[in-house]
Design a protein around this ligand. Structure first.
Ligand code: FES
Length: 122
């Protein structure tokens, strides 16, 4: 089994999703790969990758609005911790310096490069 903490997700949005009307105790699956088209939640797009969604249970004293991370680099998943601020250059450098960069143009059936988060046709 792959260590999820070493995987580099794709960044679908450099900012959080504002989510309302969550019910206390409700189970949500937060997308960790960044490929879901239903951000910030998992839509199964991680299939074929080493990523797995994060199960999150809405707290008993639910807030009216949650800012849920959509850059996928928060350290308080799934809650936004503002890591997205200034993340653009970090991700660019991560992709430029990827040890598998030579394989990016021939990524084939893979959906993303798990070493840097590069996605061919996002
Ligand atoms: S679609 Fe990203 S973890 Fe499921």
């Amino acid at each position: 089994m792959t260590d999820q903490s070493t995987l580099k997700p794709h960044v679908p949005t450099y900012g959080p999703c504002s989510i309302r009307d969550l019910k206390p105790g409700e189970i949500k699956l937060w997308c960790t790969c960044g490929l879901s088209k239903k951000q910030p939640w998992c839509d199964g797009s991680h299939t074929g990758t080493s990523f797995r969604p994060l199960k999150w249970i809405v707290p008993e004293h639910a807030q009216t609005v949650y800012l849920i991370c959509a850059c996928k680099y928060t350290k308080r998943s799934p809650i936004c911790d503002a890591t997205h601020i200034g993340l653009t250059s970090t991700i660019r450098e991560q992709i430029e310096g990827c040890p598998l960069k030579q394989e990016h143009s021939n990524i084939g059936d893979k959906k993303l490069c798990e070493q840097c988060g590069f996605v061919p046709d996002w």
